[in-house]
Design a protein around this ligand. Sequence first.
Ligand code: NAD
Ligand code: G6P
Ligand code: MN
Length: 442
Amino acid sequence: MKGQKLVIVGGGSTYTIGMIMSLIVEKDKFPLKSITLYDINHERQEKVGRVAEIILKEKYSELESFNYTTNKEEAFIDVDFAFIQIRTGGLEMRINDERIPLSYGVVGQETCGPGGMAYGMRSIGDMIEIIDDIRKYSRDAWILNYTNPAAIVAEALKRVFPQDKKILNICDMPAAIMVSYSKILGKEIWDLVPEYFGLNHFGWFTKIYDREGNDLTDIIKDSILSEGFLPQDSEIVNDPSWIKTFKRVKVMLGDFPEYLPNTYLQYYLYPEEMVKKEDPKYTRASQVIDGREKRLSVLCESIINNQSTKDEELHVDIHGRYMVRVAASLAYNRGDIYIVIVQNKGIISNLPEDTMVEVPAMLTVNGPKPFAIGKIPTFYKGLIEGQGAYEKLVVDAYFEKDYNKALQALTLNRTVVNAPLARKILDDLIEVNENYWPRLNR
Ligand code: NAD
Ligand code: G6P
Ligand code: MN
């Protein structure tokens, strides 16, 4: 197998070390020739880069080269794959995304509701610029994007790069949920075959099979309803916020037993409770700063001081492994089935053709081949149409610089609903995002 040349954009991300570990664990499936990290923040990336170098030296002797840079040409020239994981505005701006809606009694979340809109309007411009630059230097590279809010980024990229068939947006949440299913079943996640439909952070598993075709859905449902549900992936297993979120799956399934819900549906189905459990003065972003970010920083310092990983416990989480396996299937025509974000084009026959949907697809060298789903029932269709319209309006507002479209988007979102409230939240978000958003015309 030909070794791949990979660039990771957002090299200073808290997910990079996990990604490096996943690339090591999966090296037989996705062998690499070179890895380059690229970031606009040299200092942040350097720490991660120095650690990655030590890890790779110990555990990836086949790798021909590793480097980190803030030079785009150096980073993007002649690569086969680009993984993008940036955060425009950083976790500091995420605090605003969550705090402002919460201060009005509305869900404050990174990807859902007003926070998702604010983050989306920050991410779009940087994502377009990065993809333009990658295409300047590597016309045929696969571009796998995880940058959030993936739903809004995917909608925007579809519009700007309609002919580019090698951009794929992916979320790890369905896979993280499947890790918990696999624990219930005493299997490995890779033994499970899902049926799933929805939008990003807004979907349902309709069936879970094993590779022999046995339907395991009812075993999972019965277990959740009687025993509850918990995160099992190493990254989130001990995180109190994720534990609460996974526990809520039992409540959702109790109320709507037909399908198995994505955890993010809690924000749309139980918005009042979501607001109650949050503290506007210490939102999830602060938890991440004091949690994942700090943990990683301590780990990096320790590895740099020892110039070795021998005293460290390095986790391989599902986020990285999932992304690497997706890449492997695209690179080597494995035809594996993974849940990814693609243009609907009739997959779900009673939803618009142009909606970006999250569904299982067979991944080949010619791209994702999604499976037909057919008509979905009225409840899900109604929910998805509302949310899908919100996503389109956010992207309209961005490109048309249209205040009214942004107001329509927020009013349509299930977490807001009330027009005067939508206006107040929007006006506050405009103020704090003035260095990032286009100026919206009223
Ligand atoms: P982070 O802030 O720790 O890291 C992001 C990095 O991107 C930083 O080092 C920053 O300097 C860099 N960056 C920002 N703008 C850039 C640009 N224009 N070009 C190059 N680099 C840039 O964030 P994180 O918590 O590690 O998350 C990274 C991203 O991955 C976020 O968008 C997050 O939402 C996303 N994510 C998505 C999924 C998914 O399911 N799709 C899962 C995990 C994380
Ligand atoms: C899940 C989601 C991602 C999100 C991540 C971290 O994996 O799919 O989209 O970025 O969780 O969320 P957190 O709130 O812990 O930063
Ligand atoms: Mn996600």
